[in-house]
Design a protein around this ligand. Structure first.
Ligand SMILES: Cc1ncc(COP(=O)(O)O)c(C=O)c1O
Length: 366
């Protein structure tokens, strides 16, 4: 299983891909899907109509298995930011309601909620992480009050991979009827996840990191019990019907999450995402997780043995405090990386190899 997963990626003898928490290379399955649709659109144009709709539905269904929700609870967008904006700009917040979040959230989460709170005169409560950037759930729970309407956090944080304990949090949010929204971008596809079993109200994420598919797809999964509560942010033919329906100014929206997709879809990107998700489902998240944690532990241990201070929270993300020449050494391999939070972020995926980790450690040891 693992070997066939690894064989689905291009292996370069020169370039190392260790910024997968930023942008991962796409799988061969995703690349083939793009070529397939590129060719069919080139040769057949409108005659592809029925088939591409089927393939988008297939991607939606595969994604729903990985998220743990119904396919029609998913809406596709162009980015995670657009998916989160859909949720929060039309979320029924009232003046003085409170939304709780972490101080280290990625901008695509914190900016939309900040803007939504401003528009509705609600309050965004930003909870301070620990000094070592961990995110113990008790700190969020402490801030819950009668006014708390939403908790909006990432499952795995993008700086150092700190995780929030969703099992403990969702028990409380369900009891207190607080809406729990989770940005799953940095853990989804890597660690086991099930939105419904976890009792989460909505999640969002995107295509271009751990799902190894092209940049350009964000998704929102919203529990069907809330779909009536939230109006579409963008509106078009597909909010109400399809391109073939006559215009009807009564405008009765669809009753599932497809009402959030105002118009035509990014067929190439969405179908490629579906192909990569199928690969993950076939390999299993458990196999991917084991390999990712093995490689990230090897990297962490190796860096610590070389005397570097390292942040690693049992996720792929390994963030180390650089020395003056560390950036240059990584560039010379070349190996991609990101400067994030306290230091240099490296983030192996299951397609990486032991040799990749050894090459980085060897370059940083000199
Ligand atoms: C936690 C998290 N959410 C979302 C994103 C991506 O957001 P967008 O799709 O809006 O670019 C990132 C990318 O770095 C991220 O780390």
């Amino acid at each position: 299983m693992l070997n066939s997963y690894k064989n689905n990626f291009f292996h370069s003898n020169t370039r190392l891909h260790l910024n997968n928490a930023g942008l991962a290379p796409i799988s061969r399955a995703a690349k083939d899907k793009i070529l397939y649709w590129g060719n069919r659109f080139y040769e057949e144009g409108f005659y592809t109509d029925h088939d591409y709709v089927e393939d988008v539905l297939h991607a939606r269904t595969s994604l729903s298995s990985l998220i743990g929700c119904d396919p029609f609870e998913i809406a596709f967008f162009q980015s995670t930011a657009s998916a989160i904006s859909q949720l929060c700009f039309n979320f029924p917040l009232a003046p003085n309601d409170e939304v709780i979040t972490w101080d280290q959230e990625y901008a695509s989460q914190i900016y939309p909620w900040q803007e939504a709170c401003k528009r509705k005169e609600a309050k965004l409560i930003i909870v301070e992480s620990e000094k070592n950037l961990t995110t113990p759930v008790e700190k969020i729970i402490e801030k819950i009050s009668e006014k708390t309407k939403v908790i909006a956090i990432s499952w795995v944080q993008f700086l150092t991979g700190a995780r929030t304990d969703l099992v403990t949090l969702s028990k409380i949010t369900r009891e207190k009827k607080i809406f729990l929204f989770v940005d799953i971008m940095q853990g989804f596809g890597l660690h086991p996840f099930h939105m419904k079993d976890l009792g989460i109200d909505a999640v969002a994420g995107g295509s271009h990191k751990w799902l190894t598919s092209p940049v350009g797809v964000g998704f929102l999964a919203l529990d069907k019990i809330h779909i009536n509560l939230i109006r579409p942010h963008n509106v078009g033919a597909y909010t109400f019907g399809t391109c073939d329906d006559p215009t009807d100014l009564q405008c009765i929206p669809k009753t599932d999450a497809l009402k959030f997709e105002a118009g035509s879809k990014q067929v190439l990107e969405i179908s490629a995402l579906g192909a990569s998700v199928d690969l993950i489902l076939k390999t299993t998240v458990a196999v991917i997780e084991t390999e990712v944690l093995r490689l990230s532990s090897k990297l962490t241990l190796g860096l610590r043995n070389l005397g570097y201070e390292v942040y690693n929270n049992n996720s792929s993300i390994v963030n180390f405090i650089p020395r003056p020449d560390s950036v240059q050494k990584l560039k010379s391999i070349p190996c991609n990386f990101a400067l994030r939070g306290p230091g240099i972020r490296l983030s192996p995926h299951a397609f990486n190899s032991d040799e990749d980790i050894e090459r980085v450690l060897s370059a940083l040891s000199q």
